[in-house]
Design a binder for this molecule. Structure first.
Ligand code: ZN
Length: 495
């Protein structure tokens, strides 16, 4: 009786519907979270002291903390005023990077990368190139309960020119071959197409026409022979790594310098000279006009800033990240060293390293200007071959670099939650803590709106409604380290 009275009183006071709770049948669910502060990523507002009920993999109820509730949940977790956000997305990953195939990694070692995303709150990824069969295997193992994995959207092989840059790519022999290649990949169940740097101009144009005629998304590297504005005008849905923007927004290299550069024997020297000229003649006004076009055409950008940063400051960053290596399988530990890694060559050439650092500073400016122009940004790490882009934690780093570029923590959070969900057109099921949506959620000890670094305080993760608490997270960390240390790969195996 007392309870009902209190319910009526609160209903009047708060205009809530709590009264109905006592008269409705019991609310049943698999999991009840109490005392959660829910962050609405869209508005940046926080609803304090909420209760959330999950049944199966969906959120079925959300109630104010004061509402009288008559729950029957299999498991109840008092979240003690922790912060609940929708699961994070890493929009540029390669858990099976073709660039790393030369290390002959065992399949099971690649599998061990996937739980690392989830335990750091990354419940969804865009796989930007790798073996499609492996992606299918990961999805299967996940649904069979054998592997903790994020939700994966994948493109399979990279679409490159006749002599592709990396193993496993689909090298397209000419514009007339485009339809056949695209049709066969679509038949295999890819989610989107990814174009790559060496795609010749006429083949790229044929591909964009065909993909547009099918209304099928294509994304990727702006090829060397295409300008970012042309890629935008031909409907490339997302552009990666800020590639070719500098080329379009800097002065043409004058003939005299071009001749000098061509005469240089050393490729590193060539790239230093060309980049120094371009950085020096970068025209922010021209760039802003280009960014206006991106915004108008609704072209998304995934700048992968942390990848550029980790590379430019590799030695310093390595010291900070050293202990995280234990979570990586041995083949990747080896690949993230100058001994094997293409991205870590010529580290003793100070001029070359300085150019990388200057480029990164310029990229921060570009991202700030893009954001101010209303270009939609996606958070992505390029996890895979690129050193120190860790699965899971790497995404936290990416959001820090976006804040460094000038986004607020709230805006940075959007690039890993609501933006990916809009981009993937799955907003009915993901991107917020709302009734009816899939329970891919992250419970944080501290508020990430106050400081983006608070993402490191993951208390628990929900993946398809399954609660992965502190104990489970610790178990996964410990066992991953142990299996990696025992090792299922040695350098001797390399032929
Ligand atoms: Zn990539």
């Amino acid at each position: 009786m007392k309870g009902i009275l209190r319910g009526i009183f609160l209903a009047i006071l708060f205009g809530s519907t709590s009264l109905s709770c006592k008269h409705n049948p019991k609310i049943k669910g698999d999991l009840l979270l109490t005392n959660v502060n829910i962050i609405d990523i869209q508005s940046g507002e926080i609803d304090y002291g909420q209760q959330v009920v999950i049944e199966g993999n969906r959120i079925t109820h959300r109630l104010e903390g004061h509402e009288e509730s008559d729950f029957e949940a299999i498991k109840t977790v008092n979240a003690g005023n922790k912060f609940l956000i929708p699961g994070l997305w890493d929009m540029h990953t390669h858990p099976d990077d073709p660039e790393v195939w030369r290390m002959q990694p065992p399949m099971e070692a690649k599998d061990r990368l996937l739980p690392l995303f989830v335990i750091h709150g990354v419940t969804g990824i865009r796989d930007m190139g790798g073996d499609l069969n492996l992606v299918k295997r990961w999805r299967e193992q996940y649904s069979d309960g054998k592997l903790l994995a994020p939700k994966i959207f994948a493109c399979g092989p990279l679409l490159d020119g006749p002599n592709p840059m990396w193993d496993g790519s689909a090298g397209i022999d000419g514009p007339e071959k485009v339809e056949q290649v695209v049709d066969s990949l679509m038949a295999e169940g890819i989610d989107f197409l990814k174009v790559y740097s060496l795609l010749p101009r006429d083949t790229y144009m044929a591909l964009s026409r065909y993909a547009n005629s099918l209304d099928f998304p294509f994304v990727g590297h702006v090829p060397f022979t295409v300008l970012p504005s042309e890629a935008a005008n031909t409907g490339m849905k997302s552009q990666e790594h800020l590639l070719e923007i500098l080329k379009e927004c800097s002065a043409q290299i004058p003939d005299k310098l071009l001749k000098e550069i061509r005469g240089m024997k050393d490729g590193v020297q060539k790239s230093v000279a060309a980049n120094n000229f371009r950085i020096g003649s970068y025209d922010a006004g021209q760039a802003n006009a280009l960014f206006g076009l991106f915004a108008e055409k609704e072209i998304w950008h995934c700048p992968t800033l942390s990848m550029w940063q980790k590379n430019a400051w590799f030695e310093e960053e390595l010291k900070k990240d050293k202990e995280l290596f234990a979570y990586l399988p041995k083949y990747l530990q080896a690949y993230w060293t100058p001994k094997y890694n293409d991205h870590l060559q010529n580290r003793d050439n100070q001029e070359y390293i300085n150019v990388k650092k200057r480029l990164y500073q310029l990229y921060l400016e570009m991202v700030r200007d893009m954001h101010n122009k209303g270009v939609m940004l996606l958070a992505g790490t390029d996890m895979g071959a690129n050193p120190l882009c860790f699965p899971g934690i790497g995404l936290h780093n990416e959001l820090k670099t976006l804040v460094q570029a000038g986004l607020s923590p709230h805006e940075a959070l959007k690039t890993a939650t609501t933006h990916p969900v809009d981009f993937l057109e799955i907003e009915e099921d993901y991107g917020s803590v709302e009734v009816g949506k899939v329970a891919d959620l992250v419970l944080l000890d501290k508020n990430p709106l106050d400081n983006i670094a608070n993402l490191q305080y993951v208390f628990a993760v929900l993946r398809d409604g399954k609660f992965i608490g502190p104990k489970e997270i610790q178990e996964i960390k410990t066992s991953t380290k142990a299996v990696n240390a025992a090792g299922d790969w040695t350098e001797d195996e390399l032929k």
